[in-house]
Design a protein around this ligand. Structure first.
Ligand code: SB7
Ligand code: NI
Length: 185
């Protein structure tokens, strides 16, 4: 079971490495890793379990965050009421994206970053993605809004990129050209 002690924090070199592709069929260990990442997200969003295990709530987590430099992450966004999203993605990629950008007006956070970093994080507003499931089935889907932002945040982790790398250094709240902001709490 993944606990906060298993989550590495900024400064750890694994967060800056390019993670390795997985090969199919997945090993038992890699399958278990995918299941553990998803279990962490579900537990972290459960009021009792998150309190019991002292978990910070998360909607996504990537393997490098638990010091496994592998191209696999989990997303679990259940309360996006009309459109829930929950999957484990292996060897994920963005096959095309909109020219239009988006960003969360309140910025992004990260389980591997124990501080608030203010500023807009420009993301593609819409993306078409491909990935493999734990069983080796290839999936293709279109994502927009928070779902698209989350996918890009997790994919960045597989490439050694942190969300604040995208923030305008001289003016963190600089206008993002051609963008549709998403107002979050
Ligand atoms: C806000 C939160 C996240 C992504 C985009 C906006 C996810 C935070 C949890 N993670 O650190 C996952 O890598
Ligand atoms: Ni993160």
């Amino acid at each position: 079971m993944i606990l906060m002690d298993n989550v590495i924090r900024e400064g750890h070199p694994t967060l800056r490495a390019r993670a390795k592709e997985l090969t199919f069929p997945l090993s038992k260990e890699d399958k278990q890793l995918g299941q553990d990442l998803m279990e962490f997200l579900i537990n972290s969003q459960d009021p009792e379990l998150s309190e019991k295990y002292d978990l910070r709530s998360g909607i996504g987590i990537a393997a490098p965050q638990v010091n496994e430099s592998k191209r696999i992450f989990a997303l679990h966004l259940p309360d996006d009421s009309d459109n829930p999203l929950s999957f484990v993605a292996v060897n994920p990629k963005i096959v095309s994206h909109s020219v239009e950008k988006t960003y969360l007006t309140n910025g992004e956070g990260c389980l591997s970053v124990d501080r608030n970093v203010d500023g807009f994080v420009p993301r593609h507003a819409r993306i078409t993605v491909k990935f493999f499931t734990l069983d080796g089935e290839e999936k293709k889907m279109r994502l927009k809004g928070l779902q698209a932002i989350l996918f890009q945040h997790e994919l960045d982790h597989l490439n050694g990129v942190m969300f604040y790398d995208h923030i305008n250094e001289s003016n963190p709240f600089a206008e993002v050209p051609n963008s549709q902001p998403i107002v979050n709490n």
